[in-house]
Design a protein around this ligand. Structure first.
Ligand code: FE2
Length: 375
């Protein structure tokens, strides 16, 4: 069968086997190649005759054609070059077509693959074709019609896939731009708060980084770490709504003034609530002053009712408050800070998060110092 396929196409100028390469060369020279349609096809068949046939036929149809007789070389080519489609013989040596696909699928899931089979009996089972994500297969015959139809419909699928990919890229591009614009505007708000409250300057950055350190120690995902970082950056954004006379007061606050300060988590959550893309950080902004024993604000949530990320931010926030110099006191020495964190386990802090942070302080203190020096 295979042989007939060879003879009928390769040697149609002269059917004598002995002069096949010479004839092949003549054929190659005589073929008028159509202008390239830009699609790159690689064909793999250990019989050179088939490669020559396909080369003539596909170049004439305008495809950018590469023919390879060694299946192992084909795997390397696909690794290093872009191809839109692969036409692959099934029975080859040293490895069969299904093994070639198996290798290629380890690093390339997108290549559109058509399998050429010598004879129905030699075709791989349907389940193999499905498992390896082979898009089509075609029995070798002395006519190219069926193969050409398969290639054409394959190219249409590739076009659609490329279009979907392009739209996806555009969408994620737009999403990124939106996210950036939003971050920028919140950042401006943050700078406004920091401009009027010297204590907040640097504080949010440090809380963000301490929270990420805790999150890393807890083995959280990249996405969770991102939420912790952004949540830390904006956790005090609601201070924008607190009058300067209270925010900047150096003497003791009256009860009324203190209760106004306590509004900042709710104000912050209100500012952010309409931005769907940052819903994840809302719990941090709103609940970073809750206490594990239920005596915090604004919602007096208790224990695990307090959102997990807010419990993390609470430890980071308090640590930074204790280790920052305030107008009315110096920074508290680190050993005292550790004792205080230990003492507040289960009352102010989630005990397991506080323990995690103490472990960081005991074993990775240089990272904490780096953050303190940076901001
Ligand atoms: Fe706060």
């Amino acid at each position: 069968m295979t042989y007939r396929y060879n003879t009928s196409r390769i040697y149609y100028l002269d059917k004598q086997d002995e002069i096949k390469f010479e004839v092949g060369d003549i054929v190659r020279k005589r073929v008028q190649e159509a202008p390239s349609n830009g699609y790159k096809i690689i064909a793999v068949d250990d019989e050179e005759g088939i490669i020559d046939s396909l080369s003539i036929f596909l170049k004439r149809s305008g495809y950018n054609f590469t023919g390879v007789t060694d299946p192992l070389e084909a795997i390397e080519r696909v690794k290093n070059e872009h191809f839109d489609m692969m036409i692959l013989d099934f029975i080859m040596s040293p490895i069969h077509g299904d093994q070639v696909v198996e290798e290629i699928r380890k690093f390339n899931k997108e290549l559109y693959i058509l399998l050429l089979t010598g004879h129905k009996d030699l075709a791989p089972p349907l389940e193999t074709i499905r498992r390896l994500d082979i898009q089509g297969y075609c029995e070798k015959s002395d006519k190219f019609d069926q193969l050409l139809l398969l290639i054409e419909s394959g190219i249409k699928s590739i076009e659609q896939m490329n279009e979907i990919k392009r739209m996806n890229d555009e969408l994620s591009d737009t999403y990124e731009k939106l996210e950036k614009a939003y971050l920028d505007s919140i950042e401006t708000l943050r700078y406004t708060v920091e401009a009027k409250d010297p204590y907040t300057r640097g504080h949010s950055d440090r809380v963000a980084e301490y929270s990420v350190l805790i999150g890393e120690k807890l083995g959280l995902s990249e996405e969770d770490l991102r939420t912790l970082r952004i949540g830390g950056l904006f956790h005090d954004i609601g201070k924008i709504g607190i009058p300067d006379s209270i925010l900047l007061k150096e003497s003791k606050l009256s009860d009324d003034e203190y209760s106004q300060i306590k509004n900042h988590p709710t104000i912050g959550a209100h500012i952010l609530q309409n931005a769907t893309i940052f819903q994840d950080i809302l719990p941090i902004v709103k609940h970073h002053h809750e206490r594990y024993d239920g005596n915090g604000y604004p919602s007096r949530l208790k224990g695990e009712e307090i959102p997990y990320f807010a419990r993390i931010a609470a430890v980071a926030d308090t640590f930074d408050a204790m280790t920052s110099k305030r107008t009315y006191r110096n920074a508290i020495p680190i050993e005292e800070v550790k004792e205080e964190i230990k003492r507040c386990e289960g009352t102010q802090f989630d005990p397991s998060i506080a323990e995690t942070f103490l472990e960081i302080l005991n074993t990775q203190y240089e990272k904490i110092q780096e953050i303190q020096e940076k901001y």
